[in-house]
Write a protein that binds this ligand. Structure first.
Ligand code: GLN
Length: 491
């Protein structure tokens, strides 16, 4: 049996039924990673010893008939901007290359509480800043469907690992699209939850008012299962939502029940902006929902033209403050030959951060400076509010908004990396959901002219993830991509 083709839910059930042991699954996966990771570069670090010991323990408990957690024995991987007490937490940055975190992120604790086996840490754009994982400071990740193309970003390692069958599910973080866009490029499911639904404790902060952790998985059912585990109030995160606002939900429960009387919003100008293959795939998806009885409503998002600009003010402003803590004194890398104490700060930061991170710190510092605060930062906050209202208006009448996830399929290495603006425009469809705090999911919906996967995005109002997953599942069930493992990664 080829274990890498199985979904998380299938593997979980087989381990629980004692048809497979966690140890054999974990060993098979480690061997697969060993064979493929040199070419793919999805993992920065593996916790082989830890996870084999953990797998053995869980097998014993299952054998003894003990009640085990919802992910018992299943290997899951983590984007390397979430802290783990094993190994390093690097954010794929030279400045944190040797950083060992003293505690686990809340999401990691939650996975452990459900008996998952944490197999390793996955590559990303440095500090999650990017759309292609080309900004990674500690390694390169390729797209499993074609190794001359990028996996998307910033959770490129997470998407590539799930897509190539090198883990059964992964966690990513999404500040402007970093779960959904790589999911779309690699042909997997990626979900960004409502802001505050998943604890950010232990997630290295990029844009604190935008960042959310979420799952990447082979299908929506697996994503729902991971959502069950990672959501919930956390007193350690002051932006985490209370149980009253966001009650614990079983996202898997009704996922197979199609929705009746569904009203789907589309913004024709959005779809017009995408490449031909994307337009065609989205058109077909819209027709699919119509054939299932959904009403399709054409709507406008009047402020969406400003979303990318607004995001790059808010995100960089927050990043400039968040990254001030990496100063050569408190964390990570310190320059080897500082001439005086100022040099400790400036040289450590200069040598430790990559070009994109520096660009963002400068942009954010500028936007927050006293002369420009009102003109840039404050204005951006006002536009952010207008974007929020655009969504509110749509969700008054409609269940969801359907858009492409990205304007195209995965592009080649180097195609956009010299032009930051081109790269920033990659996020045109995903960024608004972060600005508004609403959830979004990307699911596979076809292929482009280069045979690269394409994704469509379903966005709903806050707290509607269960409905969002049901809508996505309706399409997925009749267009199943979940057992496809790209040929390129199997060479
Ligand atoms: N691509 C966007 C950026 O570079 C989004 C990143 C993210 O979501 N972490 O900021």
């Amino acid at each position: 049996m080829d274990l890498t083709k199985k979904t998380l839910t299938e593997i979980r059930d087989k381990i629980a039924a004692q048809e497979l042991t966690s140890l054999e699954v974990t060993k098979a996966l480690l061997a697969e990673i060993e064979a493929k990771n040199d070419k793919l570069g999805a993992y920065l670090e593996l916790f082989a010893e830890h996870c084999l010991a953990k797998a053995e323990k869980i097998d014993k408990r299952i054998k003894a008939g003990e009640k085990c957690g919802a992910l018992a024995g299943v290997p899951i991987a983590i984007k390397d901007n979430m802290t783990t007490v094993w190994g390093k937490t690097t954010c794929s940055s030279k400045i944190l290359e040797n950083f060992e975190a003293p505690y686990n992120a809340t999401v990691v604790e939650k996975l452990l509480a459900e008996d998952a086996v944490i197999i390793g840490k996955l590559n990303l754009d440095e500090f999650a800043m990017g759309s292609s994982t080309e900004n990674a400071g500690l390694g390169k990740t390729a797209n499993p469907w074609d190794s001359s193309r990028v996996p998307g970003g910033s959770s490129g390692g997470s998407a590539a690992a799930v897509s190539a069958g090198l883990c059964y599910g992964a966690l990513g973080s999404d500040t402007g699209g970093s779960i959904r866009q790589p999911a779309s490029f690699c042909g997997v499911v990626g979900l960004k939850p409502t802001y505050g639904r998943v604890s950010r404790y232990g997630l290295v902060a990029f844009g604190s008012s935008l960042d959310q952790i979420g799952p990447l998985a082979r299908n929506t059912q697996d994503a729902a299962l991971l959502m069950n585990v990672i959501t919930g109030h956390d007193p350690k995160d002051s932006t985490s939502l209370s149980e009253e606002l966001a009650p614990k939900t079983d996202f898997t429960k009704d996922i197979d029940k199609p929705l009746e009387g569904l009203k789907i919003a589309v913004v024709p100008e959005f779809i017009e902006k995408a490449g031909e293959a994307v337009k065609e795939a989205i058109g077909k998806a819209v027709e699919f929902y119509r054939s299932k009885g959904a009403e399709i409503r054409e709507v406008k998002m009047p402020h969406s033209d400003y979303a990318v600009a607004t995001y790059y003010i808010v995100a960089t402003a927050e990043a400039s403050a968040n990254l001030a803590r990496f100063d050569g004194v408190r964390y990570g890398y310190r320059s080897e030959k500082p001439e005086n104490y100022m040099d400790v700060y400036t040289k450590s930061r200069d040598e430790g951060f990559g070009a994109e991170v520096k660009r963002r710190i400068m942009l954010g510092t500028y936007a927050l400076s006293s002369g420009y605060y009102d003109a840039y930062y404050l204005k951006a906050l006002k536009v952010r509010n207008l974007i929020r209202q655009d969504f509110k208006y749509i969700f008054k009448d409609c269940d969801c908004l359907l858009t492409p996830t990205s304007p195209s399929g995965a592009f080649k290495f180097g195609e956009k990396s010299d032009d930051p603006i081109q790269m920033y425009l990659e996020d045109i469809y995903t960024i608004s959901a972060n600005l508004a705090g609403v959830p979004g999911v990307s699911i596979p919906c076809g292929f482009d002219e280069n045979n690269m996967p394409l994704g469509m995005q379903i966005i709903t109002d806050t707290f509607q993830e269960a409905k969002m997953l049901r809508i996505a599942r309706m399409f997925e069930k009749e267009h199943s991509y979940e057992n496809q493992i790209p040929e390129d990664s199997r060479e």
